[in-house]
Design a protein around this ligand. Sequence first.
Ligand code: ATP
Ligand code: MG
Length: 183
Amino acid sequence: MKFERLRVTGFKSFCDTQEFKIEPGLTGVVGPNGCGKSNLVESLRWVMGESSFKAMRASGMDDVIFSGSGKRPSRNNAEVGILLDNSDRRAPAVFNDHETIEVTRRIERESGSTYRVNGREVRARDVQLLFADASTGARSPALVRQGQIGEIIAAKPQARRLILEEAAGISGLHSRRHEAELR
Ligand code: ATP
Ligand code: MG
């Protein structure tokens, strides 16, 4: 699976809909301090199922909704969509009959989030597993937060093992095993 396009509406500093085409290879985001680079990366983690508002540098999940600026009033919802190219057919079986997969997450103020895959409502867990199986996801080490390099260097062995397992692509298996054990 490949990321093709990220669409962000009302998420943090992005009041209106903005689309970002993701080309193959390395993607860089450049701009002055405070222009929204970290917000953009957070929108990607959010649509992949991040459940911790702290990881969004927020004090509640509603804080990811555009809160207004000098000229613009606040919004009551935010939506992020990620378009995936699944022509290599590596998505989990339930989604794998689609050539392209669009995952969206929408939050309404005081009502929480809903997730959709190609328009059909799914659980947060389904979205998290979709990305975990593709060795990416909200907590993936492929997305390096500001200050995270230092944290990895200082990490205890147990924590570093988790990072390596993610990188090796087996964390999806662990999540599935955990789910199976709960049943
Ligand atoms: P730096 O180069 O300093 O790391 P950055 O480009 O990563 O900067 P961000 O941290 O992504 O910048 O963006 C910070 C801006 O986003 C701040 O101006 C902040 O007010 C704005 N912001 C954060 N949350 C919201 C929100 N819910 N509504 C509106 N604006 C927001
Ligand atoms: Mg930043």
